[in-house]
Design a protein around this ligand. Structure first.
Ligand code: AMP
Ligand code: MG
Length: 488
């Protein structure tokens, strides 16, 4: 639901700035279906007005009007430090469509652009588009992407690039940073409106609670705990887990220098600008918890409406303490599923951790290793196992496999059924950096075919798609260390 119009200091009516000669770079028929946009045989909207709308050059199509686009302000903690007001300098919310917000990222300056140009470049828009749709297909909560529209308009980053707009879709783009913004201004009235709006539209069950705001905090925290557990399971690193990039709906949002793990390294840092490794793979759960602490302190004034400061703090602190167990529950279930374990034993956790340790020591390819685990035949000889070659410590792997087989023996499923179920949670195809990079390089030369191809392949990540086998493989050695920075 659209952000409530709460006055000039909260949202500003902001018209997108037109871009010259826009063209389609990418379009997602699946996202179009979600918001009821009819699509033709060419996989583009039948109504040609959509191109101008998503380019920011018009505010209507034949069927829809968006007369009051807005930009909404928020603040946040960046790399652990309070950064004050910082967003939204380049995303313009067109309005609601089929219960979803339609937002144009990179549609020009807003009232909150500060020194920025309000634009986004082709490279980062393609990455956001592909990853949003890929994450959705993986079953991970995420904002969606409807399209990327390009233009030859130059945009200056480290070098001169060209402009693009990513049209994003989500039930709400509200962030922890929105709460922090009004809390930092000690504007409890606005804070309350924000929370009430969120409860009404997205968390109505909180009204059944004697403490609706506490229930709201609990629900948001739980969703984000589950989200980060799902990221860990699929080997996704967000890259910039600043509090302004954390959705209060528990969605993955703001795809920047993200990365899927290729060679597994527990402390992998996907963001070139993250010098201290604050957002490394193994730190994501702890950082999400930290972001929930930011939310808790931002929500404190709401609890104080009915409680003393001490009591309000105690209630939120207690609620915050539930995060690790909420996370662990989803993490354990996800990894048991990845290993084909459907009953649960305490020793399973050790078994999972030992596999991850072996993978880390050998820098095994994360996605393909888990995928291929499903094909192992119970009781087969370790020496005959093809996965064995991925481990430097072969005898360590043999030993692990022996214990894994012993554990599988307690599961009722036959190999074939287990493989089917494991393949439904261990994707064959993820948006590896080198694949995105290849598609981007072609797109920068006006060839968008690889973007379209990737969208199709990644929309069925669990299917075998033997004709696309090469897209499932680890990157060749010279493409293993593509570095991605915050520049976008
Ligand atoms: P990010 O680190 O990409 O999440 O960006 C943080 C905030 O910086 C966003 O909410 C935007 O409002 C703002 N921002 C990023 N790039 C630009 C830009 N080119 N022009 C204006 N604002 C920007
Ligand atoms: Mg952001």
């Amino acid at each position: 639901m659209a952000f409530p119009l709460m006055g000039d200091d909260t949202v500003r009516h902001t018209l997108p700035s037109p871009i010259p000669n826009p063209y389609w770079v990418a379009f997602s028929p699946s996202c179009a279906k979600l918001i009821g946009v009819p699509v033709g045989a060419n996989q583009l909207p039948t109504d040609k007005q959509w191109l101008d709308l998503l380019a920011g050059n018009s505010l209507k199509t034949n069927t829809h009007q968006f007369p009051h686009p807005i930009a909404s302000v928020y603040s946040g903690h960046q790399f652990g430090v309070w950064a004050g007001q910082l967003g939204d300098g380049r995303a313009i919310l067109l309005g609601d469509i089929a219960g979803q917000e339609l937002q144009l990222k990179g549609a020009g300056k807003t009232a909150y652009s500060r020194m920025g140009d309000g634009r986004a470049v082709l490279r980062s828009s393609i990455r956001e588009f592909l990853c949003s749709e890929a994450m959705h297909a993986l079953g991970i909560p995420t904002s969606r992407a409807l399209a990327v529209v390009g233009s030859k308009m130059p945009v200056l980053r480290e070098v001169s690039e060209t402009a693009a707009i990513c049209a994003r879709v989500a039930p709400s783009f509200m962030r922890v940073g929105h709460f922090e913004h009004f809390s930092s201004l000690q504007n409890t009235g606005r804070l309350k409106e924000l929370a009430d709006d969120l409860i009404t539209h997205h968390y109505p069950h909180c009204l059944d609670s004697a403490e609706p705001y506490l229930a709201l905090f609990n629900s948001i925290s739980k969703r984000n705990a589950a989200l980060v557990a799902q990221w860990q399971a699929v080997g996704f690193c967000h890259g910039v887990l600043n509090s302004d990039n954390i959705s209060v709906l528990g969605l993955t949002i703001d795809y920047g220098p993200f990365g899927f793990l290729d060679q597994f390294q527990i402390d992998h840092i996907c963001n070139h600008s993250d010098h201290s490794g604050r957002y490394a793979y193994h730190r994501q759960p702890q950082i999400m918890h930290w972001n929930m602490a930011c939310l808790a302190s931002a929500m404190l004034p709401l609890l104080e409406l009915n409680h003393s400061r001490e009591d309000a703090q105690a209630l939120l602190t207690n609620a915050l303490e539930d995060f690790p167990s909420a996370y662990a529950q989803v993490w354990q279930k996800s990894f048991r599923d990845k290993l084909g374990l459907y009953t649960s034993e305490e020793a399973d956790i050790r078994l999972i951790e030992r596999l991850l340790q072996l993978m880390h020591d050998s820098r095994a390819d994360y996605t393909s290793l888990f995928r291929n685990l499903g094909s192992i035949e119970k009781g087969s000889r370790p020496e005959e196992n093809l996965l064995r070659d991925q481990f430097l410590d072969r005898s360590g792997f043999d030993l692990w496999l022996k214990e894994y087989f012993a554990r599988l023996a307690k599961e009722p499923l036959d190999d074939q059924t287990r493989k089917m179920r494991m393949n439904a949670v261990n994707p064959k195809y993820v948006l590896r950096n080198h694949l995105a990079q290849h598609a981007i390089e072609l797109a920068q030369n006006d060839d968008f075919s690889e973007v379209h191809k990737l969208l199709n392949i990644l929309s069925m990540p669990f299917d075998d798609q033997p004709q696309h086998q090469s897209y499932s493989l680890a990157p060749p050695e010279d493409l293993q260390t593509i570095s991605v920075s915050c520049s976008s």
